[in-house]
Design a binder for this molecule. Structure first.
Ligand SMILES: *[C@@H]1O[C@H](CO)[C@@H](O)[C@H](O)[C@H]1NC(C)=O
Ligand SMILES: *[C@@H]1O[C@H](CO)[C@@H](O)[C@H](O)[C@H]1NC(C)=O
Ligand SMILES: *[C@@H]1O[C@H](CO)[C@@H](O)[C@H](O)[C@H]1NC(C)=O
Ligand SMILES: *[C@@H]1O[C@H](CO)[C@@H](O)[C@H](O)[C@H]1NC(C)=O
Length: 548
């Protein structure tokens, strides 16, 4: 009941005000809040309580239909940002209040531009800037900055009041991160005129280029290099990202080298071959560029030149006691400070002063100089270490034969029945021919032979070559073998023979005595012979013996 009463009162109020409006007249404009693209056109419908209806506007207008109490107009070329059209009516005695429309003129951005994203160095801050030109109305605009799909910034302009198209600049600072390399950056504008207008989206893209070059490049090269020889040098850049994009420039003595670059396990490296031509200290430079970062590393390389040593012996074939000149000379490019020396296997024979390219040494040849090797040496101290180069030549010395005791002794003792050979050789260059004679006949040297008694004697030997001869008499003693067993055997044999002889002698004597007794006894029976009387003493002795 109470509700109904309130409703009734409200309805009564409404009717009362309408009654008043009708009485005073009215003007309406439709649509009241149109949204039009800049430069576009629009139909406005003015309706009123009477028939005399007009539209006041700065835009070009043409009638676009009419009816009782309404009139439509087509407005074209809408370019005025702040002009509001006004509908009015002339109702004779009274003027109803005119109605105006608020036009929203929009303009999609003329351009959306992301400032050129610079090549970035990881860890450093950089500004991302998006510039939007010629957009209206700005308070309907939203600018979003994205990295990949991630929103970095969303910017709106509710507080912007001017309806004109204008530029908008949005800035955002990021810290460059290695992982963001090659990620897209998007600046997205959205002009949202809904529900009465469209939603307009525009974008601009860019790609992040982020480089990380924390490490210091390493240059691998020797500090010393002989002129004319090659040296492979390597420049490594570790802790680089992206390693594939590292750009190398290697220069030696200011000249660029031909490079071979590669990436292994996150390390970028470049290799080149240096072939220096000029002597001295030269700079080896490696420049590594990665995005915005460039790093240099250099080394000084000492290029030295060792001249070529040349050894000359003026008479490389000499006779004994001849004077021979050994010269050592240097040929070719030489670093200052080199020295030369002439030496043999045992010692230094001559040394030069610094930078003197010629050296001489005189030798008076001796027999032992035959085959002696002379060495010409060039020495240069490079970085505290001697570098040397040498050449050599051998000397030949010709000399006459010399029979040596160890090779041809004065006496030899041989044992009869053994096997041996007669040797006799001599020193000399060329190797001497040795001939020996015994008893006027040539004797062949060096043959194995069975020693006989007649080998005993004197051998006359003669060693010859074209530089002379040498002679020697070798006495050979041949001894009979006297083994100890034979001597012992002979001694025993002799003793046995003596013993046998003694035994035989006794036997003979005894037998003779027996015969004598027999005869005596026989004779005793008959007569006593004077011989028997002479032997009686002996007989007694024998008897006595027999009695024992
Ligand atoms: C203009 O408005 C009137 C009253 O609201 C309506 O009857 C008429 O159809 C409209 N005309 C056009 C062209 O929209
Ligand atoms: C923005 O987008 C609208 C349509 O969506 C297009 O007409 C306009 O040319 C675009 N502006 C730019 C700068 O690309
Ligand atoms: C060796 O050289 C010296 C000096 O150059 C010279 O006087 C001498 O005659 C030379 N000797 C020989 C054997 O060539
Ligand atoms: C050694 O032989 C050479 C050449 O056959 C000869 O000229 C020389 O007289 C000989 N010497 C002796 C001592 O026989």
């Amino acid at each position: 009941m109470q509700r109904f009463l309130i409703f009734f009162l409200l309805a009564l109020g409404s009717w009362a005000s309408e009654k008043e409006a009708t009485k005073e007249g009215f003007v309406r404009i439709s649509p009241e809040n149109p949204v039009v693209e800049f430069g576009g056109s629009l139909v406005l419908n003015c309706s009123a309580s009477c028939e005399t209806i007009g539209l006041e506007t700065a835009f070009t207008k043409v009638p676009n239909g009419t009816g009782s109490n309404w009139k439509a107009f087509l407005l074209t070329d809408i370019r005025d940002w702040v002009s509001d059209p006004l509908c009015y009516a002339n109702c004779g005695d009274h003027q109803p209040k005119p109605a105006s429309a608020t036009i929203t003129i929009y303009k999609p951005p003329e351009s959306v531009e992301l400032d050129l994203v610079p090549e970035m160095e990881a860890g450093k801050p950089y500004d991302l800037t998006c510039r939007v030109y010629g957009v209206a109305p700005i308070w309907h605009l939203t600018v979003t900055l994205l990295k990949g799909a991630e929103q970095l910034l969303v910017k709106t302009f509710e507080d912007h009041t001017a309806p004109e198209a204008g530029p908008v600049v949005v800035k955002h600072t990021i810290i460059a991160q290695r992982n963001d390399h090659k990620k897209p950056i998007t600046c997205q504008t959205s002009l949202d005129l809904r529900p009465r207008g469209p939603l307009l989206k525009n974008t601009s893209h860019s790609i992040l280029r982020i480089f990380d070059f924390a490490g210091i490049p390493q240059l691998h090269a020797g500090l010393f290099l002989e002129a004319g020889t090659e040296m492979t040098v390597t420049c490594d850049a570790s802790e680089v990202s992206p390693a594939e994009e590292a750009a190398f420039d290697l220069r030696f003595a200011g000249k660029p080298l031909t490079l071979n670059t590669r990436v292994t396990g996150g390390v970028a490296s470049a290799q080149a071959v240096v072939i220096p031509s000029s002597v001295g200290e030269h700079e080896l430079l490696c420049r590594v560029s990665l995005g915005p970062v460039t790093k240099n590393v250099k080394k000084m390389v000492n290029v030295f030149a060792l001249p070529k040593p040349i050894l000359q012996i003026d008479h490389s074939e000499a006779v004994v006691n001849q004077m021979v000149n050994v010269t050592c000379s240097a040929d070719g490019n030489a670093s200052p400070g080199f020295k030369m020396q002439i030496r043999d296997a045992a010692k230094i024979l001559a040394s030069s002063n610094q930078d003197q390219p010629f050296l001489q040494h005189e030798v008076i040849t001796q027999e032992e100089d035959n085959g002696r090797e002379f060495i010409c040496q060039v020495i240069l101290i490079v970085g505290g270490h001697p570098k040397e180069r040498s050449s050599s030549q051998k000397l030949t010395v010709f000399y006459g034969p010399q029979i040596d005791d160890s090779k041809c002794p004065h006496t030899l003792t041989w044992e009869e029945g053994s096997r041996t050979s007669f040797t006799c050789s001599a020193l000399g260059n060329p190797t001497p021919t040795v001939q020996c004679w015994k008893d006027g006949r040539p004797y062949s040297i060096g043959e194995q032979q069975l020693v006989k008694r007649d080998h005993d004697g004197i051998y006359h030997c003669n060693a010859t070559n074209q530089y002379g001869s040498d002679v020697r008499d070798v006495t050979v003693h041949v001894e009979s073998p006297q083994p100890i067993g034979l001597i012992v055997g002979c001694v025993i044999g002799a003793v046995v023979i003596i013993a046998c002889a003694a035994a035989v002698a006794y036997y003979i004597y005894y037998n003779e005595q027996r015969i004598g007794i027999y005869h005596l006894r026989k004779q005793g029976k008959h007569r006593q012979s004077p011989q028997a009387v002479g032997n009686s003493a002996e007989q007694r002795f024998l008897n006595g013996k027999a009695n024992v």
